[in-house]
Unconditional design. Structure first.
Length: 76
């Protein structure tokens, strides 16, 4: 699961220019102008929390789809 979080953070960094900052082995914070979030590994689940600023809300469904697809690929 940690590998999946690392890969997801790298993909978000590459595709959306989100900067990843590791808080510990199980949690990464991602952010850029208008976007701030956290990807956490908690017992038996991966939690993704992302807050979008006003200008970035237009990309909400795109980000949700991308994250869901990436996680589904890794968990399949």
């Amino acid at each position: 699961m940690r590998t999946m979080i690392r890969q997801l953070a790298a993909k978000l960094e590459e595709k959306y220019q989100l900067k990843a900052h590791w808080l510990n082995d199980d949690e990464v914070e991602v952010q850029r102008a208008g976007v701030k979030g956290r990807i956490s590994l908690v017992p038996s689940e991966v939690r993704v929390e992302i807050k979008l600023g006003l200008m970035m809300r237009a990309f909400k469904s795109t980000l949700e789809t991308e994250i869901s697809r990436a996680m589904a690929e890794k968990l399949a």
